[in-house]
Design a binder for this molecule. Sequence first.
Ligand SMILES: Cc1cc2nc3c(=O)[nH]c(=O)nc-3n(C[C@H](O)[C@H](O)[C@H](O)COP(=O)(O)OP(=O)(O)OC[C@H]3O[C@@H](n4cnc5c(N)ncnc54)[C@H](O)[C@@H]3O)c2cc1C
Length: 405
Amino acid sequence: MPPESSGRAVIVGASLAGARTAQALRRGGWTGPITMIGAEPHPPYDRPPLSKGILLGRADRAGIALLSAEQCAGLGIELRLGRPAVGLDPVARHVALGDGTRVGYDALVVATGSAPRVLPETVADGPRTGVHVLRTLDDALALRESLSAGARVVVVGGGFIGAEIASSCRALDLDVSIVEADRVLMGRGLGTRLGAAAAVRHSAHGVRVLLGRRVARLHGQDRLTAVELDDGTELPADVAVVGIGSRPATGWLEGAGLTLDDGVVCDETLAAAGVEDVYAVGDVARWRARRYGTTLRTEHWTGAGEQAAAVAATLCGTRTEYDPVPYVWSDQFGAKLQIFGRVRPADEVVVLDGDPESDRFIAVAGGEGRLQGVVALNAVKAAIRLRRSLSEGASWPSVIDDLRS
Ligand SMILES: Cc1cc2nc3c(=O)[nH]c(=O)nc-3n(C[C@H](O)[C@H](O)[C@H](O)COP(=O)(O)OP(=O)(O)OC[C@H]3O[C@@H](n4cnc5c(N)ncnc54)[C@H](O)[C@@H]3O)c2cc1C
């Protein structure tokens, strides 16, 4: 039984998933108090523009706001910003904040997202001007400031965010290299064949793509001067951006009785295992995905909003399972890359139209007898059509037969 909708809802994490949960709770008829607690000093803002419009100077702070302090006040949502949650007592039902206060709840929603991984100390020994990560608005503004004309940039990590940063740097006409330990670019999202094509595309746009290499050491006393790779290559650099993935922000939940395993482990309704009336949404949630018969955790903008809607519906009295076709997009070199579903290393990939090394293509991936993923670059309409087959769980042979007939 979910708690009464006149109870007190507390949301920890004041960003996309948290803000969307608060809004959906009010829309769904939650009449009780809602408190949203955020570690950052800013009201909720959108992260995708941080690696795109903000770096390019085409978007600003106001343009990426998700929910202003005034809108929160209008919805009766209490915002407590600049104060991280540091602990949870699910028996006494309160959250402890860094300033020593406690906030009681009837329903708790964990929306603390993820935090960037950093280089080991053997590689980056101490702080140096010029070394950045990109997760927050403050990170993005600091990085933007350092991207002055003529700056030489090394992006460490060739995932989506690294690839977007490289693309933005090229748009600013900067010298940029990507160093990726894997043999393929964006391999986790695109698989081997399409990831290899993406590396060709990045090279064609002027990015130096160094695959199968790791960063061995950062050079420079107080300011970065070069990035040394594990084969001895030294890349002169003024700026390094470390984009080597992120970890779910669950440190504050250690020992609280929740099941933590690369995220807050939840059931199909995003209810946290091991405790009552606690839910997780967004990058921090690992939920039981019926569609795949396994647990999943994604770091996708669309999923965060959908999860917020599902949890709010459950809390407002309509038990709602979350079983989506995962979706992520990425903007690089003026083209929109979209991935519906998933592409795993062993999946068969068939290119239906266009050329993956160019600025337009559409491809499907299949495995275990089913259509598993659709990948499109600048082919939005065709991708939406195939998405239906994906959500219906279409068999791989039937998809291939249809396409050949
Ligand atoms: C640079 C960048 C570009 C992206 N581009 C895309 C894209 O093109 N397409 C796409 O699909 N996705 C993209 N994403 C991913 C997308 O932005 C995330 O999936 C989304 O932000 C997840 O929302 P969230 O609310 O779960 O987590 P977050 O947005 O990470 O928010 C979590 C919030 O919780 C706060 N917090 C953490 N710990 C505590 C604590 N103990 N107490 C209180 N507050 C805490 C954090 O400070 C943060 O404000 C991008 C992400 C980044 C960083």
